[in-house]
Ligand binder design. Structure first.
Ligand SMILES: Cc1ncc(COP(=O)(O)O)c(C=O)c1O
Length: 390
């Protein structure tokens, strides 16, 4: 009998999965800084403030009290109960504790969501420009992202555009509001159109509400709260942005059956849950009142207005983004290729941004400027832009 050897090779499902361009830009900035250069860092997506002290102390207390053992892999009951209350109050999503699962950041929630519903050969509709990892999460499930230009959809009608881009193999829609990188916030009427389309075609919606607390104009509508949507939506949330907890890796997903069984399996076999002290910190974070979020939002709005005004003054056309903490101006004035534009800006003006094309072809011609930084940092960036473009 001959033994057939597979050889040393990677699983084919990783062939199409890319590795973040954003990480490469971060590395370049670190190198420049190590060389003693001052870099205006607008490439990131991290809140400008530190994790609030009481949240940190909640984690320390949990450690001291030996909350260091295995917890239920879907999350400690008290945290899930607090999330159920938050979801009903804030998102109008009414679920039981069995329908929420605590995850390692929003990223694990999204990974588990796509893995749960996509089969090889399936298609998923993705409004574009989109947060880069989504394309990789879809291809990692051996499915195909169908990019739907958001601007066209807004102009020609969301439902009509989704119909136009949909195929018989479409199983899911990725629905992110507020959006990274454009800052766009879908209106209630638009959410209703997406919902109507999903119901008509019997599609699953993977909703990403990472920036739910950062809406400056309009309202945040959780699509799962619309009639007929709770049974077909997996909604993914994170503590990263609202509570400045990016490094804690704290998130959660909410969904009905049969999705929850799949999410539980994926979380169990990938991480077996979230670090127990982190879950205690999350529980504490949920005690932070809405008035604190309002105050933070005002701080972000100031930053948005300052940056957008500066961008327009130097001729980089930019409408004020309605949400999240990114501005996405047209940078044709620097270069029509966004990768070249980002490179020029980094090398000549020491301003780090992200080329729009990494967020899909529909992002070409734009750069993403993250404004979750301090006011003096934004002022210094605008000055550097002015000096460079004047
Ligand atoms: C649109 C969007 N969704 C989800 C996430 C996931 O965040 P995390 O994994 O830090 O929870 C991010 C982070 O940048 C994001 O921009």
């Amino acid at each position: 009998m001959t033994i057939k050897r597979g050889g040393i090779r990677l699983a084919k499902r990783l062939d199409e999965v890319g590795f973040s361009d954003i990480v490469q830009i971060r590395n370049k900035v670190m190198t420049m800084r190590a060389e003693g250069l001052q870099v205006h860092a607008l490439h990131g997506g991290e809140p400008y403030f530190e994790t609030p002290e009481p949240i940190k102390y909640a984690a320390i207390r949990a450690l001291v009290e030996n909350q260091t053992h295995y917890a239920p892999s879907s999350g400690i009951p008290a945290l899930r109960a607090a999330l159920v209350e938050k979801l009903a109050r804030k998102n109008k999503i009414r679920v039981t504790t069995d329908e929420v699962i605590v995850t390692v950041g929003g990223s694990q929630a999204l990974y588990a969501a796509f893995q749960s519903v996509l089969d090889p050969g399936d298609d998923a509709l993705v409004f574009s420009p989109y947060w880069t990892p989504i394309g990789d999460l879809v291809t990692g499930a051996q499915a195909r992202p169908l990019l739907v230009p958001t601007i066209t959809a807004r102009r020609n009608g969301i439902r009509r555009t989704l119909e136009q881009f949909s195929t018989p193999k479409t199983r899911a829609i990725y629905y992110n509001t507020p959006q990274n990188p454009s800052g766009l916030v879908f209106t209630r009427a638009e959410a209703e159109e997406v919902a109507a389309f999903a119901i008509e075609r019997d599609l699953i919606v993977i909703a990403d509400e990472a920036y739910e607390d950062l809406v400056y104009d309009g309202e945040h509508v959780s699509i799962a709260s619309l009639p007929g949507m709770e049974e077909r939506t997996i909604t993914c949330f994170t503590f990263s942005k609202t509570f400045a907890m990016t490094g804690w890796r704290a998130g959660y997903a909410v969904a009905k059956e049969p999705f929850m069984t799949a999410l539980r399996k994926i979380v169990l076999y990938s991480t077996n849950g979230v670090a127990t002290p982190v879950q205690h910190a999350m529980l504490y974070a949920l005690k932070i009142t809405d008035s604190e979020h309002v105050w933070r939002r005002q701080e972000y709005r100031k930053r948005r207005d300052l940056l957008v005004k500066g961008l327009n003054e130097v001729g980089l056309e930019c409408d004020p983004p309605a949400g999240a903490f990114y501005a996405f101006p047209n940078v044709a004035k620097i270069h029509k290729n966004s990768r070249t534009a980002a490179q020029i800006l980094l090398e000549k003006a020491h301003i780090a941004t992200i080329p729009g094309s990494v967020f899909g072809a529909q992002g070409e011609g734009h750069l993403r400027f993250g404004y979750a930084i301090t006011i003096p940092e934004i002022e210094a960036c605008v000055e550097a832009l002015r000096a460079f473009l004047a």
